[in-house]
Every structure is written in C-alpha cells, then in structure tokens.
Design a protein around this ligand. Sequence first.
Ligand code: 3PG
Ligand code: MG
Length: 412
Amino acid sequence: MNFLRLSDVDLAGKRVFIRADFNVPLQADGTLADDTRIRAALPGILACLEAGAAVMITSHLGRPREGALTAADSLAPVAACLGDLLGRPVPLVRDWVDGGFTLRPGDVVLLENCRGNVGEKADDPALAARIARFVDVYVNDAFGTAHRKECTLHALAMAAPVACAGPLMCGELDALGRALAQPARPLAAIVAGSKVSTKLTILESLADKVDVLVLGGGIANTFLAARGYPVGRSLYEPDLTDAARAVQRRLAAHNGVVWLPEDVVAADRFAADARTRCVHVDEVAADEMILDIGPDSRRSLAELLERAGTIVWNGPVGVFELEPFAAGTAALAGAVAASPAFSIAGGGDTLSAIARFGVADRIDYISTGGGAFLEFLEGRELPAIAALKARARPGSRRVEPVPAFEHEPEMT
Ligand code: 3PG
Ligand code: MG
C-alpha cells in the first residue's frame, strides 16, 4: 500500500506525535480490564524512543463531551499501565493543543484524551494546524480508530510536516490485506452477533468474496427464519428476512454457501439457570430462544473450518458469557485454532472469546480493530488510511508550515 511507514522516517531528535488507540475497557474501579491495545502500541513507541525522538502519544477514551473532560474520561489509567510496560513514569499532559510542555529527545509523555479537544470530532483543520506547530513527525498507529474522520486521525495527518503509519497500523493492513486480496481458498468468513441490521453491509460485501459465510447468533436466527424455520422467542429481525435471502442469492451466484446450524441449544429464558435442550432447528418451540449451536453443528463447523484456506472471524456463535451456552463458541475457537488455514480475528466479543478459550497463540493474526476491522473487510476506505495515502503524494500537505513563533511552545 502506498503510504509512508515509520521505519522509513529519520526520527533522531524529532518531535514525534503518535496517535494510538488506547480506547481500552475499564473496570468499575477505573483500572484497566484489558491492556491488549496498549501492548500492541509498544513496538511503535519503542522504535521512536530508540531512534532518539521526543515522543508524545495521544488517544481517545470513550466518547466524552468536547471541552468538558471528566475524571472518568482521563487517560490516567492508561498512563499508569504504559509506565509499567515501559518501566518508567509516563507523565500525563492536560490542555496540550498549544504545546507549552517540555519534551526532550528520549522523553515520552501521554497527551490527555484527544476527544476532549474542541474540534476533534469535526476533524477541524484549525485545531490540526495548532497541534502541527509542535510536531515534526505524525505517526498513526491507531488501526482500531482508522474508520473515524477526526482531527488527530485525519486533519492532523494532512497538516503535519511528515505523516506516516506506525508498525501496528502496518501490521494490521498487511495481515488483513493478505487475507482479502489473494486469500488461500476456500475463504470462510464467520460473521456472528446479535443483529443483521448492524452487519448487513458487511454480509453483502462478503457474500461476493467468500466461499463460505458462517453465521451465528441473532444473525443466524434471521437467516433460519428466512428459510422458514421456527425461531420461537429468539433474537431475530423479521424485517430483514428478505435481505437475508438476497445475501444467500449473492453467494449462490458464485457457488458460495451459507453455513447455518442444523441443531441448537434452545432455552426457556436468557439465564445461566435456564431450562435448556438440544434440538434440531425445526424443533424450536414457540416459547424457546436459541442461545447456542448444538453438538452436530459444532462438528460440522469444525470439519468445514478444517478444510478452509483462510478464515476471517468476527463474532461468537452463542451467548458464551453464560456457561450453558458457551460450548458452541468454545468449539468454534478450537476449530479456528486447529485449522491449517491462515486465520484472522477481530472485534471485542471475539477477542474476549479468544482469551476465554485460550487460543490466542494459535490464531495467525488478531486485529486490534472492532468497527475498523469490519469496515476494512467491507472494502471501505478508512479515512485515517486515506489521509496517509494522500500524504504519500507530493505536494499534499494541506497547511503551509507555520513560521516560527515569537514564543515557541516550550518544547526543546
Ligand atoms: C473502538 O474501540 O471501536 C475504537 O477505539 C473506536 O471507538 P469509537 O467507536 O468510540 O469511535
Ligand atoms: Mg466502537
């Protein structure tokens, strides 16, 4: 892909601004529930430090109101975690858009939640120009947020003197590109989750590309209903059965197939102590809900994935958080891990399932992206990546360099 990579940029003595995605889950007490995204950003940060750069890192966390950050929106827990991982304190800088903090080569600071800055969400070029005054090299290493067109992802990439992709971004694009551009066949995509409506565009676009579309969760229920099976009180979308049939036709047009469960775990309630039974999909009672796939389906899914050349996985096939409905997703995780196929996985629920079932080291590539992962699979151009590509063309810098200030922001 045509954009500048961090590894191609001379960083010695430069003020490097890294946009990371530290939008990490927090526990009720404010500590981190998972540090995967922070660990994933370390190679880029270390590369800059080792090259002798002065390093600033920012990220969004949650969706705070601009100009009104609260304590709950603070990146303080991230700064603490990053400090532990780097083995040195990482100061957290507030109110940073006009500089005014001291930074020397070899230093690393975390700039407070960028979504607190007025103009961030609107991708404001004036905000970008202010930030660009104290940046020599802009690095986007936030694949997980690459689908958002916001100031630190887009306008700043256009305004900074140099804009490049960090190693995490490059790794994601290389792995996902490999899985989609020239996949080893058969290509199987697992798209599971509660609603067809939120994933309809991805289902449609994958229908043209994949050999097998494996469906699970509420999405599968809608497809089962479209085939005339009774789904009882299961989560499904009756309005989308036509859309489901259209997806099946798109697949059939190139001899692709939809995989749906043949048997399911049906429950009388959505609860860990529900009354459950394994039934064929034509035997679900009117007062039951489908909460997992059954044993025959687990076997057929494992056989199918065993024969795949490439597997793309997003979403669990059952309510695996509840013990009686975990076996389907456990079997799926095991099957993806055991398959000789090149496997990639992404999305929050999928990452939880991978961790829960202990298969992380047997998945070939685990994306840090949720929404970005899906939009990339859809074949959409992600705004942050579009900006990096635009900057690879000569004369693409959107703002002229600001002449030296009378009072330079205090960055030495
Ligand atoms: C994510 O966690 O999905 C990304 O960090 C993007 O966050 P957002 O959906 O709030 O833009
Ligand atoms: Mg999101």
